[in-house]
Design a protein around this ligand. Structure first.
Ligand SMILES: *[C@@H]1O[C@H](CO)[C@@H](O)[C@H](O)[C@H]1NC(C)=O
Ligand SMILES: *[C@@H]1O[C@H](CO)[C@@H](O)[C@H](O)[C@H]1NC(C)=O
Length: 498
């Protein structure tokens, strides 16, 4: 079902897309548009495998990332691993001290699933692993920093992968068992939980393109099966919190989605951009946040039609039963958004046959004027941030939103002016979405507190506001210029423009 935009909305979106015009600049630099709303939650984010290290101690089991980096060093830049990473398993108190010094009010971290359940199942709960996160959470709270806990940030127990991982529909039960343990252990201290970090990245990178763990190349099938089970698993965890913990702990469970902005290159391509939005954002948003639930109808039709033409007996897009449609619909107390960059959409095709990219029947391009970063996929497009935030709010009933990742990479410098530029311009666009468009954004977490293990790019791409010396066994942390900039921003409660 294509979304319908009112004329007013289209004009607003256009303004957002071209905010570098003179009119836009005046509006965004107005004092009232530079100040964060009262009680707006500012935080920083990290993920377990990217910073903890301690991969094989204190009873932890093997994760899919442990397996990939050890068996296929050729697939990781420089053969790097997360075996030690930033050593935060031992140095978490330093991390918390930095958060405190800079003034952050919240910290988003993830729990390593195999550190809690080394066999993948609740037959063995690893007490040392459980204690580590208690210690981290207690340290945060003692310093006045609110924990936001992500249950899964890409490192599931390898034993579960040996049984199919996210391609096995039993994963919903396995994830549910794990979630119950997390809620039971930490529910009295943690009031904001996120289930699964970036479903689309998990499923496309891990099960279609094969560039991330578990490294499976199953385009056109794997990504659809994976998202199907991720949505079931998320909803299972959400319902467990709802029925067993909510009345006692009064916390919230959100769903996290990774979204780019998909903007038409010009008016001619409005329909193409809408299809792209449904395939990339609607894929996971529509089942949870629409009134009717289930996948967007344009996806069901297009993948169904193409599958038939390709000789499949059934659509490569799996079908939800009514039971699952109802369980998944409305399974979120808030929407967590990770956003980094944008694409322009034109007509045409891309990707191999079959694949999710190809099924869309559109082509994505980037503007050659967009500023680059150290990551080839990450172009700096501040106006895209406002564009997608408005689109999410308009299409899905303006849910409460937390921005849970936003940031930019470089190759490593303490004078990271490009990072300051990125944060300043993206924050301005976010505040315009709040003040001018009425988008209900409650908080913002930058990515990332520390330079960390950037998956298949190893340590070559750095996203931290804090430099980590990976040559130093002590993993010394050094504040970058952007960290000082953030300290001023938080203290002032507004964006410093000079
Ligand atoms: C853990 O892994 C490291 C390599 O990161 C290795 O040197 C060490 O022997 C391993 N320890 C155990 C207990 O297996
Ligand atoms: C899919 O095929 C049906 C039957 O041929 C057709 O009516 C429908 O328009 C097609 N949908 C799309 C999105 O191409």
């Amino acid at each position: 079902m294509p979304a319908t935009f009112s004329l007013g909305t289209s004009i607003l979106l256009l303004l957002a897309a071209f905010s570098s015009s003179t009119i836009g600049k005046d509006v965004e630099d107005e004092e009232k548009h530079l100040r964060f709303p009262p009680n707006f939650l500012l935080g920083a984010a990290t993920a377990a495998y990217q910073i903890e290290g301690a991969w094989n101690v204190s009873g932890k089991g093997e994760s899919t990332w442990d397996r990939l980096v050890h068996e296929h060093p050729d697939r990781i830049y420089n053969g790097d691993t997360g075996d030690v990473a930033a050593n935060s398993y031992y140095q978490y108190k330093e991390d918390v001290a930095i958060l405190k010094n800079l003034g952050f009010k919240s910290y988003r971290f993830s729990v390593s699933w195999p550190r809690i359940l080394p066999t993948g199942f609740p037959n063995k709960i690893n007490a040392e692993g459980v204690q580590y996160y208690h210690d981290l959470i207690d340290e945060l709270k003692a310093n006045g920093i609110e924990p936001m806990l992500t249950l899964y940030h890409w490192d599931h127990p390898q034993v579960l992968e040996d049984m199919g991982g996210w391609l096995n529909e039993e994963m919903a039960n396995w994830f549910g068992d794990y979630a119950r343990i997390i809620f039971r252990e930490y529910g009295s201290k943690v009031k904001k939980f996120i289930t699964i970090n970036e479903p689309k990245a998990v499923c496309k990178n891990g099960y279609s393109l094969g560039i991330h763990a578990p490294g499976k190349r199953l385009p056109g099938l794997g990504e659809y099966m994976c998202i199907h089970n991720v949505l079931k698993s998320h909803a299972t965890a959400y319902r467990i919190y709802d029925s067993e913990f909510r009345s006692t702990y009064q916390g919230e469970v959100g769903v996290l989605l990774d979204v780019m902005a998909y903007m038409p290159q010009n008016f001619e391509f409005d329909a193409a951009a809408e299809t792209s939005f449904q395939f990339n954002v609607g894929w996971t948003m529509h089942p949870i946040f629409s009134k009717e639930g289930d996948y967007p109808s344009v996806m069901k039709q297009l993948v169904g039609n193409r599958s038939k033409a390709e000789g499949f007996m059934q659509s490569r897009l799996p079908v939800f039963s009514d039971y699952w449609i109802n369980l998944i619909r409305s399974s979120a107390d808030f929407l967590a958004v990770n956003h980094y960059t944008s694409r322009l959409v034109v007509s045409g095709t891309m990707g191999e046959i079959p694949s999710h990219e190809h099924d869309q029947g559109v082509r994505e391009v980037v503007d050659s004027f967009w500023k680059s970063s150290a990551s080839n996929w990450l172009k700096v497009v501040p106006e895209g941030f406002r564009y997608i935030l408005v689109q999410l709010a308009r299409n899905y009933g303006n849910p409460p939103i937390y921005i849970t990742e936003n940031g930019v990479s470089d190759h490593g410098t303490l004078n990271d002016d490009d990072r300051i530029y990125y944060y300043r311009e993206y924050l301005k666009q976010m505040l315009l979405a709040i003040y001018e468009d009425g988008v209900d954004i409650r908080g913002y977490f930058l990515w990332s507190l520390l330079d960390n293990f950037e998956w298949n790019e190893g340590y070559s791409e750095r996203f931290g506001i804090v430099f980590v010396d990976y040559e130093d066994p002590k993993r010394q942390r050094i504040l970058k210029k952007s960290a000082s900039w953030w300290k001023e921003v938080i203290a002032a409660g507004k964006i410093e423009t000079n």
